[in-house]
Design a protein around this ligand. Structure first.
Ligand SMILES: Cc1cc2nc3c(=O)[nH]c(=O)nc-3n(C[C@H](O)[C@H](O)[C@H](O)COP(=O)(O)O)c2cc1C
Length: 197
């Protein structure tokens, strides 16, 4: 009886901890629509000034799914990866805090409540991080990152969003703000929002 009571308390504790975590289950991505691929390629460009308009959850869902979401029943992704090593982690930085995208559950895991964006006029920034414990090859890792930000760039071109890939950011500070362990390194960031007219 005592054992059951203890287990119930532990279960309740886990539920409370979980609901306190403020993780976000994203709506399902919309896997259709947008302009034809050739038109998106024609319209892809860097945008560096953004309007204050926020990005809604549905759009964020589509962006992250385009970046590295699961698009096949075997859990493989929208980007190809060397040896099928899924070593790319994407962090979403916003005014509401920073989150890690979990592609398998299509959800956001809250990392911090702090606004750690470095380009504040863009409503979100994606930080592309590589987990070296999964595949420690910088060349392949950079290819994974490039495939992913290009998918996002094409999504943006297709749906009227602006974006810019940013290699110039304070890497040390961002890794510290995200409390990343030694094996995880941010390669590049990408600011996203609606273009300022
Ligand atoms: C790896 C990488 C890093 C970049 N870093 C920056 C950056 O720090 N700041 C910036 O304004 N643009 C940056 N860019 C965007 C390039 O300047 C831009 O893609 C290039 O000028 C071509 O313009 P377009 O994207 O409009 O075709 C970067 C692009 C890549 C691929």
């Amino acid at each position: 009886m005592k054992k059951i009571f203890l287990m119930s308390i532990m279960l309740l504790g886990a539920i409370v901890t979980y609901s306190n975590a403020k993780d976000i289950y994203l709506p399902s991505p919309n896997r259709a629509g947008g302009v034809p691929l050739m038109q998106a390629l024609n319209e892809r460009k860097s945008v560096r000034s953004f309007s204050p308009q926020k990005i809604d959850e549905k759009t964020l869902s589509n962006i992250l799914w385009s970046a590295v979401g699961v698009n096949k029943e075997d859990n493989k992704r929208t980007i190809p990866t060397a040896l099928n090593k899924q070593n790319l982690d994407i962090y979403v930085l916003s005014e509401e805090g920073a989150f890690l995208y979990d592609a398998l559950s299509h959800s956001l895991i809250k990392i911090t409540d702090n606004d750690i964006r470095q380009k504040k006029d863009a409503p979100i920034t994606l930080a592309y991080a590589i987990d070296k414990s999964k595949l420690n090859k910088d060349l392949y890792s950079a290819m994974h990152v490039g495939s992913s930000y290009q998918n996002v760039g094409l999504y943006c071109a297709s749906f009227g969003l602006g974006n810019v890939v940013r290699g110039s950011f304070d890497k040390e500070k961002l890794e510290e703000d995200l409390k990343l362990p030694e094996n995880i390194e941010i390669f590049v960031t990408q600011a996203i929002g609606y273009p300022q007219n």
